[in-house]
Design a binder for this molecule. Structure first.
Ligand code: FE2
Length: 436
């Protein structure tokens, strides 16, 4: 009784001193408030009515989540699914909330005396603008990932989408990551740094956590590509099984609920946007996704905004146009994008910014598909065309700059702006919607 009374008086005193609840929480956080070592939000199902919340714990017993509308009462405790964090003392805990209201803020916490975070579900329609920060290749260095993210957070973004090469951990245990990592040799664990950077930057001052959507890249996979024969000697040869995919990309399939196995998927935002998350030969051959991709596109002819996203670009800004994976993407997927009138595709991997002209049938066409990328959120940048043996006829704009792409959707309209990590506008274009 004595303790309860004391803590009640203590809280009353704090509320008197800090009437702003955000400030009060901030001050309380220093000592008694529980805050998980890592926190990550994404979606496995419709972002207008669901949210997937991951938090990482070390040895504390924080395995439940509660949520509420602001000012409402807390839900019953929801027990998390525990998932092994490979080669780590941490454990991933995951809860998917479903049957939420669109366009609504929810608070959540990890039991009593926990820091209270919040998220907002995506709106039911595009009667108001929706904004996202798009990019790839996030973390040669943690501080570069954070710097670009801070620029993105100036725009009240609804989510971030990263097209692969997230933490540059290469599917390896930390000691082997360190051996390979000439960029940043003192990092304890690339994934710890990645989630630190996320938590340091993709949470607003009022504790709104911004969800992230990812695709797989070569640096998520031992050897990078399913075709590689220089994979570590103890790794099994390629087979189209979940077991093999989890063996060569152990972190990707543990740390990210989406796209999950088999490594590609589609996320439908109500009936206004679909993001198609593809795998460019990392754990799934490009051509193995053709039939699935054709079905996904044909079933979504009525959706005004359809954006495929993947790691290795069909139209590279730095590497050679005739490199193997790039050519396979052009031969297999590009005809489907053109047939189903996709307007804009997101690419990465080359560590530069690029926007192509609209392309159809291998040439510039007003009726073509625009490819934007090329993955330099937090990496060293490369010189445009430096690995090209041919004229890059398809490039409309390019820059060796770390950047993100701010996408704004409003009704059937869309707008793209490439913004550098120092806040300068590199490029801007309307991304015309041919269905208008
Ligand atoms: Fe890459």
């Amino acid at each position: 009784m004595q303790t309860k009374l004391s803590s009640g008086l203590f809280l009353a005193l704090l509320l008197f001193l800090f009437p702003d609840p955000v400030q009060a929480q901030s001050n309380l956080n220093d000592a008694p408030f529980y805050d998980p070592v890592a926190l990550y939000l994404t979606w496995q199902n419709d972002p207008t009515t669901t949210m997937t919340i991951d938090w990482h714990i070390i040895d504390e017993d924080r395995t439940i989540l509660e949520y509420r509308l602001p000012g409402g009462s807390w839900s019953d405790a929801i027990a998390a699914t525990a998932i092994d964090f490979p080669h780590s003392a941490r454990t991933i805990h995951r809860v998917e909330l479903t049957r939420l209201e669109p366009g609504t803020v929810y608070e959540f916490r990890f039991g009593e005396s926990s820091k209270v975070y919040n998220f907002r579900t995506m709106p039911a329609d595009l009667s108001k603008p929706v904004r996202a920060a798009i990019g790839g290749d996030t973390m040669h260095r943690k501080r570069w990932m954070e710097k670009t993210a801070r620029q993105a957070m100036k725009f009240d973004i609804d989510f971030v989408m990263i097209m692969g090469d997230l933490a540059y951990a290469d599917g390896l245990p930390p000691e082997q990551q360190r051996q390979r990592d000439t960029q940043n040799p003192r990092v304890e664990n690339q994934w710890y740094s990645f989630f630190d950077a996320y938590k340091n930057t993709l949470i607003t001052d009022d504790y709104r956590v911004v969800p992230m959507i990812v695709t797989i890249g070569n640096h998520e996979v031992r050897g990078g590509y399913y075709t590689r024969d220089d994979r570590r000697p103890d790794d099994p040869p390629y087979s189209d099984t979940n077991e093999w995919k989890q063996t060569v990309a152990p972190y990707f399939f543990s740390l990210f609920a989406s796209p999950g196995l088999p490594g590609y998927g589609v996320l439908d935002f109500g009936d206004y946007m679909s993001l198609i998350l593809l795998d460019t030969d990392h754990v799934n051959p490009v051509e193995n996704q053709n039939e699935w991709l054709r079905n996904v596109l044909s079933e979504r002819a009525h959706i005004p905004h359809i954006f495929p996203g993947y790691h290795v670009p069909a139209y590279p800004s730095v590497r050679d146009y005739n490199d193997e994976v790039q050519a396979r993407v052009r031969n297999n997927w590009v005809p489907l994008f053109e047939r189903y009138n996709v307007d804009v595709v997101f690419e990465a991997h080359d560590h530069a910014y690029k926007r192509t002209h609209p392309i159809r049938d291998g040439r510039i066409s007003h009726n073509g598909v625009v490819y934007i990328g090329d993955g330099a959120w937090g990496t060293e940048t490369r010189i445009i065309g430096s690995r090209q043996s041919h004229d890059s006829w398809y490039i409309a704009e390019a820059a060796s700059e770390r950047h993100f792409i701010l996408m704004t959707l409003h009704g059937t309209h869309r707008h793209f702006k490439a913004i550098s990590s120092t806040g300068e506008v590199i490029d801007e274009f309307p991304g015309l919607n041919r269905t208008n």
